[in-house]
Design a protein around this ligand. Sequence first.
Ligand code: HEM
Ligand code: HEM
Length: 255
Amino acid sequence: MDRVIEAYTDVTAEGKKSRTPAKLDKWLTASGVILALFMMGHMMFVSTILLGKDVMHAVTKAFELDFIFDGGVPFIVSIFVAIISAIFIVHAILGVRKFPTSYKTYIKVREHAKLMNHKDTSMWMFQWISGLVMMFAATIHLYIMFTQPQNIGPYASADRVVSEHMWLLYMVLLICVEIHGSVGLYRAAMKWGWFDGANPKETRAKLLNVKKLLSYFFMTLGVITLLAYIKIGIEHSDNVGEKYVPTSHSKVLEK
Ligand code: HEM
Ligand code: HEM
């Protein structure tokens, strides 16, 4: 009955506004921060290709727990992808509540952002637009990772980027995720006043710098990494499907 009253009157049975939206916002922040931290680790892992094919291969195998199970078990990666996907879906559902979902609300938000000409408001515009793009683009990536965990590695990944045309999706995703993640962390810190301290204005300026640094660093790393996969993918385009054999193994095989 309480829910019915709330549904019709917008206030709870006690005549108060519900606390649920505030609670949902906490979960939005929590899931967003987990995803942002995960993405930092993800970018570090994916960029190990810059240290050489052997290093990326070793890291991939470590995720498959090859130090416990001989040769590694790709299914372990699927479990990990399922967990990240669940957090991603929860975050997306909570984020969608913030989208301007009709022309009327959209034009209000857009014109307001233009009139305000205030960085934080413009960043918020990017936040929901990038979220919308990721809802489609990241889902494709997650599904492939979930269903083909065995196809991760120096050649398999590079083949996917070039011969399976994923480079375009990754470029879009990279721009969205790096800016959305760093803007998200900045906004979360501002929203909940985590680092306000004695002088919140000064803190805001500092946090803006951290945000800039984070997005520049990860964007540059991401672009260089993507170029590295593209180079390997082009070189390997005549042998799509061939798995990478680490240098130490190939030496043993030669003997
Ligand atoms: C399905 C894709 C996604 C959608 C629809 C989405 C949407 C949103 C929206 C609308 C906000 C609230 C903005 C605000 O009120 O300030 C938000 C916040 C946030 N998002 Fe996402 N997002 C998505 C994916 C991601 C990913 C992959 C990351 C990780 C890099 C991420 C990290 C964050 C962070 C850290 C926040 C800040 C939380 C807060 O403002 O309290 N999001 N997201
Ligand atoms: C547990 C989940 C995930 C796994 C196991 C994973 C794994 C990978 C791997 C192996 C690559 C290298 C290219 C390839 O093999 O196709 C890659 C690239 C990429 N992933 Fe993920 N990913 C995950 C989640 C995500 C999420 C949630 C996002 C963003 C919302 C994302 C964004 C990207 C981007 C932008 C690239 C290209 C990066 C670059 O080349 O610099 N990934 N991912």
